[in-house]
Design a protein around this ligand. Structure first.
Ligand SMILES: Cc1cc2nc3c(=O)[nH]c(=O)nc-3n(C[C@H](O)[C@H](O)[C@H](O)COP(=O)(O)OP(=O)(O)OC[C@H]3O[C@@H](n4cnc5c(N)ncnc54)[C@H](O)[C@@H]3O)c2cc1C
Length: 465
């Protein structure tokens, strides 16, 4: 007799909730309040009103498949979760849902220095891959500012970007192959280990950025690259943020390819100074950090200086590696520094790179109109801005002036020919505006794809599209 037959219900008592049945049978399941609370939100500023019914801590692909088979059988919505550092509410879960946490699947299975690839489980942290690859003179290029705390599974599910994407592309450009468990428990293999390969549709690209709505990534084959022989750094300070944005556009127009070009506005510099004891704000009202790398690093550095100088109050080459590292740290410290001031919601609109200055001005206008505090940093060479709303700890970004400001940001991005999300994903927070950007036909096609892979709507319902 099947363990799922009707006779499992105790006569005279109401049937248990479907999630309770799943949690009773799934491997490594927990209904501890602490686990449920932690899995109810991420780092997006979304305030959860309820908690999921439980968390399954998968330790293998078989655990994931078994959990999803149970979810399909009992019609239980499942929210995949990596490290929970997402900024769109994508891994947030509510009552009636079960979280499928893959953070314990955290082994690097293989590094092949000849083929320049790594095979990893989804819970491995981004920085751990780089540490392991570094021993072979290789690196994994996409480097979200959260590199030390985010998982590769989450990076793949959000098609994460980062600072080095300026030159090396986003996660999509560094994933060769995936093992994915579908909603019904079947295993799908996408991509291949070779650099080239075009047999069939590109299902790798379909899964990357699908925010846990099409399947759960249980293994990834990643492309590694040779560690650059040299890196050169330029730091420039500006009288205002519009000048910094214009300088960034000038670097792009100079037809070189920086490996990193990060912009920070004055209020963000102040926040970093306050949190870390630096004094960057005294040097200008905006900061641009530009790195070039490879054999031509120092030649390209001169081109950067020439492009930036007309706009800058001061600019110069980093004296040594320590000074360069300190400046990169300042950028990485921006979000944690703001988090000391209140609840932070980080936007990530993208605009054409020549329209950065207009975007920055538009954000200032939105802040003035809504009364919402907006701090801005940007991956300037991608036209990807991070307007960061800082609220009181008890406020949520899903209502009131903060939500209004968020909506205005998205319309600003679209008006400038851009997008509402460059790298964090739609998750829960940005769904209201997806239709306006994509249009009916695209939304309809995307729902058809979702239904084809997950007809019962088990995986991460209410997110992404
Ligand atoms: C300080 C800070 C700085 C950041 N900087 C950047 C940045 O520079 N660039 C950037 O892109 N992001 C950045 N982020 C956002 C975040 O780190 C990324 O979105 C990251 O990719 C999320 O990884 P995670 O493991 O935390 O995923 P989670 O938050 O756990 O999940 C994110 C999404 O992925 C899905 N998911 C997770 N694991 C899997 C899996 N194995 N299979 C299928 N779906 C899965 C979830 O359902 C959810 O939809 C930053 C966040 C913080 C807190």
């Amino acid at each position: 007799m099947s363990i799922f037959s009707d006779s499992d219900s105790t006569v005279g008592l109401p049937d248990p909730a479907p999630s309770a049945t799943l949690l009773g049978l799934a491997p490594n399941a927990s209904i501890e309040p602490g686990h449920r609370e932690q899995a109810s939100t991420d780092r997006s500023g979304f305030v959860a009103q309820t908690h999921p019914d439980g968390v399954v801590f998968a330790e293998s692909a078989e655990d994931v498949a078994a959990t999803l088979r149970l979810a399909t059988l009992h019609r239980v919505p499942v929210v995949p979760r990596g490290a929970g550092t997402g900024l769109a509410g994508g891994s947030s879960a509510r009552t009636g849902e079960v979280v499928l946490d893959v953070s314990r699947m955290n082994r690097i299975l293989r590094i092949d220095p000849v083929e320049q690839l790594a095979v990893v489980q989804p819970g491995v942290l981004n920085a751990e891959i780089n540490a392991a690859a570094g021993e072979y003179g290789l690196f994994y290029a996409p480097d979200p500012a959260s590199t030390a705390i985010c998982s590769i599974g989450g990076n793949i599910a959000t098609n994460a970007g980062g600072m080095r994407c300026a030159k090396y592309g986003v996660t999509r450009e560094s994933v060769l192959a995936l093992r994915v468990i579908l909603a019904d428990g079947r295993e799908l293999r996408t991509g291949r280990e070779t650099i080239k390969g075009v047999t069939g549709y590109d299902l790798n690209a379909l899964i990357i950025g699908s925010e846990g709505t099409l399947g759960v990534v249980v293994e990834a084959t990643l492309r590694l690259r040779p560690t650059p022989v040299a890196t050169a750094t330029v730091a420039a300070f500006f009288p205002d943020v519009e000048s910094a944005a214009r300088a960034a556009s000038a670097v792009v127009a100079a037809r070189i390819q920086p490996s990193m070009m990060e912009l920070m506005d004055g209020p963000t510099l102040e926040a970093v100074d306050a949190a870390t004891g630096t004094d960057y704000r005294s040097r200008g009202a905006a900061f641009l950090l530009v790195q070039t790398d490879g054999y031509g690093a120092f030649l390209e550095q001169d081109v950067v200086l020439e492009a930036v100088r007309p706009f800058a109050g001061s600019c110069g080459k980093a004296a040594d590696d320590d000074e360069a590292a300190a400046m990169v740290s300042a950028r990485r410290d921006a979000i944690p520094s703001l988090e000391q001031m209140g609840r932070v919601s980080i936007g990530d609109i993208g605009v054409p790179r020549g329209r950065l200055a207009e975007a920055v001005t538009g954000l200032e206008e939105i802040s003035a109109a809504t009364g919402v505090r907006i701090f801005t940093i940007a991956h300037a060479s991608d036209g990807n801005l991070h307007p960061m709303i800082v609220m009181d700890p008890e406020d949520s970004v899903t209502e009131g002036p903060a939500k209004d400001a968020l909506g205005q940001m998205f319309f600003l991005a679209n008006r400038l020919g851009g997008t509402l999300t460059g790298e964090h994903g739609v998750g829960l927070l940005k769904r209201d505006w997806v239709g306006a950007e994509l249009g009916d036909v695209s939304v309809g096609v995307q729902h058809s794809i979702r239904r084809a892979l997950d007809p019962l709507g088990i995986l991460n319902p209410g997110k992404a599209i």
